[in-house]
Design a protein around this ligand. Structure first.
Ligand SMILES: Nc1nc2c(ncn2[C@@H]2O[C@H](COP(=O)(O)OP(=O)(O)OP(=O)(O)O)[C@@H](O)[C@H]2O)c(=O)[nH]1
Length: 352
């Protein structure tokens, strides 16, 4: 069908996010034809959230720069709780530093230690009013200089400052007061490390784009602030070495879930107790609730913790930039199409 082939070539690569259930003649159990990188039928409504509409008119959904994130109300109280450990890990923020960023926005990087692993998990905090309880707690024998060096200061550091508590030259704050932040649910993203997608320019996944988008939304002038909890759970918890093997398995024709299973790993080996504990430390416990930036339904309930220590009130979908902009921006590759299709079809991701 030369006419159809020509038409397909003219469409942006993301134009048909497809999933075909039932018997398939292709290699992939999700119905995705691995030979030509596309499938004939549209996704059934069951695999997409009601709000999702495939971008039939490329370019029609181009967002304006300052657009507020669209969120969907979440009610996890009525859902069956996932299997979580009974107790949350202990976390301790050991240092915090101000990082001016290339976009002009400023954030505070918080480095955590914990009692379950030796990794340096991070909280990337936007806004001046989100404080770590463990960081601010006094340590015996420490001097004011010690406190400033580990980041337990208010306001801003500047040459000559001697007290961690009173900033003699307070900076004007554009953020609302703390109480207000707690009443308007803050934006939170729980992000799992992805060296390939965030550092090595990989077009196999959308991890780098999601990290950038989360930071952009939290830096909008209208944003009450927010936190990206950055967990060192590379490769959905299997580590970089195993993830690279999984990429080779994927190049041999299997999808991201099958590749993990073939290597004798779970499809997803992550847990979120550390994230819950870090959010509690940053003051997000109780009724205030959070707005969680995610497409992953498992993450929504798991982040709340065994006793719903943190409550996810709303979910904000992380729609791929290529879908939102009709293909003008974002990631274009055969690999990312297969990856997103598998996340929707097999991992229940809701991209809308
Ligand atoms: N094993 C494996 N891990 C991958 C692959 N691609 C990305 N990852 C890892 O997957 C994690 C990100 O997971 P995603 O599925 O993109 O997203 P999510 O965290 O489940 O959900 P969102 O909140 O919607 O982003 C990171 O740890 C990546 O390193 C892959 O093909 N195989």
């Amino acid at each position: 069908m030369p006419a159809l082939t020509g038409l397909m070539r003219d469409l942006p690569s993301h134009a048909s996010p497809v999933y075909s259930p039932g018997p398939s003649t292709g290699k992939d159990v999700s119905g995705f034809d691995l030979d030509n990188g596309r499938s004939e039928s549209p996704p059934p409504p069951t695999v997409l959230s009601p709000a999702f509409t495939p971008p039939s008119t490329p370019g029609a959904g181009t967002p304006t720069k300052q657009k507020e994130p669209r969120s969907i109300l979440v009610d996890t109280a009525s859902q069956r709780p996932p299997k979580l450990l009974d107790t949350l890990p202990e976390v301790n923020c050991v240092v915090r530093a101000r990082i001016p960023t290339v976009t002009g926005a400023e954030m505070f990087l918080h480095l955590y230690q914990n009692n379950v692993d030796d990794k340096e998990h991070l909280a990337i905090v936007f806004g001046n009013n989100i404080r770590s309880r463990s960081l601010d707690a006094p340590r015996s024998g420490e001097t004011e200089m010690d406190r400033m060096i580990r980041g337990a200061y208010t306001g801003r550091l500047h040459p000559g400052r001697t007290s961690s508590r009173i900033d003699p030259k307070p900076q004007p704050s554009t953020s609302p007061p703390v109480d207000q932040v707690i009443q308007t649910s803050a934006l939170v993203r729980i992000h799992s490390e992805c060296y390939t997608g965030e550092t090595a320019w990989s077009a196999r996944c959308d991890c780098g784009e999601q990290l950038d988008e989360a930071a952009r939304l939290m830096s909008l002038p209208s944003s009450p602030g927010g936190v990206i909890v950055y967990l060192r759970q590379e490769g959905r918890g299997i580590g970089l070495m195993e993830k690279l093997k999984a990429y080779n398995v994927q190049d041999l024709g299997w999808d991201t879930v099958e590749a993990n299973l073939m290597l004798r790993h779970p499809a997803d080996a992550r847990s979120y107790g550390l994230a819950t504990a870090m959010l509690l430390d940053l003051g997000f416990g109780g009724d205030a609730g959070i707005k969680l930036l995610t497409n992953n339904p498992d993450k929504v309930r798991a982040v709340e913790g065994p006793n719903r220590e943190v409550i996810v009130k709303e979910r904000v979908a992380m729609v791929p930039l290529a879908w939102k902009t009709g293909g003008k921006k974002g990631i274009h590759s055969e690999e990312i199409e297969g990856y997103l299709r598998t996340k929707i079809g097999k991992m229940g991701h809701m991209l809308g």
